[in-house]
Design a protein around this ligand. Structure first.
Ligand code: ATP
Length: 236
């Protein structure tokens, strides 16, 4: 079943057109990756979906609902679309536990919040050991885990990750990608934005290549990884 469909989406920042007719779809249970270089429009695509960037034309449909003009709190709380932003954006002065609790802002049932917390801490035992530590004192990798954990606190139906590998050592990137795969195996649909094209294509069922606001190539992850054009431009 198609979970998310973007059709001919145009997004502008003032007079600058960041997305030029983006058409992508995500099936339930897939890992789909969006790769491309700096400034190509990857973050803007995620922001257009979660309601943080103004879509001027085209449509975004999620589970049959037109969400093109939905504000962020509606895409998150009503539809279960979780967006882990680029640069993590955790709250540095709050503890790990407080950061996680904030992720459950849309939930009121304490029992459900506790269940979600238990599940998140099973995925991230490192966070469990550091519940009382301030978020800002954690390593980059731990902060990324915290950002993902926070997004999972509302038990989303789709997780959107914006460059989770950014600034992390290769071994930590591997750990993060393993967790992404595990989440997916347990049923989570994932839309993954990455500059680290090789690693993203290795775990993705399908991928799209975006360049100056347009999709220039798409295919199975296993095919794109061997594509000569991609090898030249993104896998050097
Ligand atoms: P990066 O990895 O550098 O974030 P990206 O592929 O995610 O790259 P976007 O951040 O989506 O790219 O940016 C797409 C285009 O929109 C770029 O030309 C960028 O300069 C521009 N842009 C992004 N955010 C804004 C903004 N808030 N105001 C004006 N222009 C913006």
């Amino acid at each position: 079943m198609t979970l998310l469909k973007l059709t001919e989406v145009d997004t502008f920042y003032g007079g600058i057109q960041a997305l030029k007719g983006i058409t992508i779809d995500v099936e339930e249970g897939e890992i789909v990756t969006l790769i491309g270089s700096n400034g190509a429009g990857k973050s803007t695509t995620l922001k257009s979906i979660s309601g943080q960037a103004p879509v001027k034309a085209g449509s975004i449909v999620y589970k049959g609902t037109h969400i093109t003009k939905f504000p962020p709190h509606q895409t998150a709380a009503r539809l279960g679309i979780a967006h882990v932003p680029e640069g993590r954006k955790i709250f540095p002065k709050m503890t790990v536990k407080e950061n996680l609790t904030i992720g459950a802002f849309s939930l009121s049932n304490k029992k459900v919040i506790e269940e979600n917390m238990t599940r998140v801490l099973t995925y991230f035992p490192r966070l469990k050991e550091r519940l009382t530590q301030k978020g800002g004192t954690m390593s980059g990798g731990e902060q990324q885990m915290l950002a993902i954990g926070r997004a999972l606190m509302m038990n989303p139906t789709m997780l959107m990750l914006d460059e989770p590998s950014m600034g992390l050592a290769p071994i930590i990137v591997e750990q993060i990608f393993e967790i992404i795969m595990e989440l997916n195996k347990n049923g989570m649909t994932i839309l993954l934005v990455e500059q680290n094209a090789y690693q993203a294509l290795q775990i993705a069922h399908r991928g799209y290549v975006i360049q100056t606001g347009e999709i220039i190539l798409q295919g199975k992850g296993s095919e794109l990884i061997h594509n000569e054009k991609i090898k030249e431009a993104y896998l050097a």
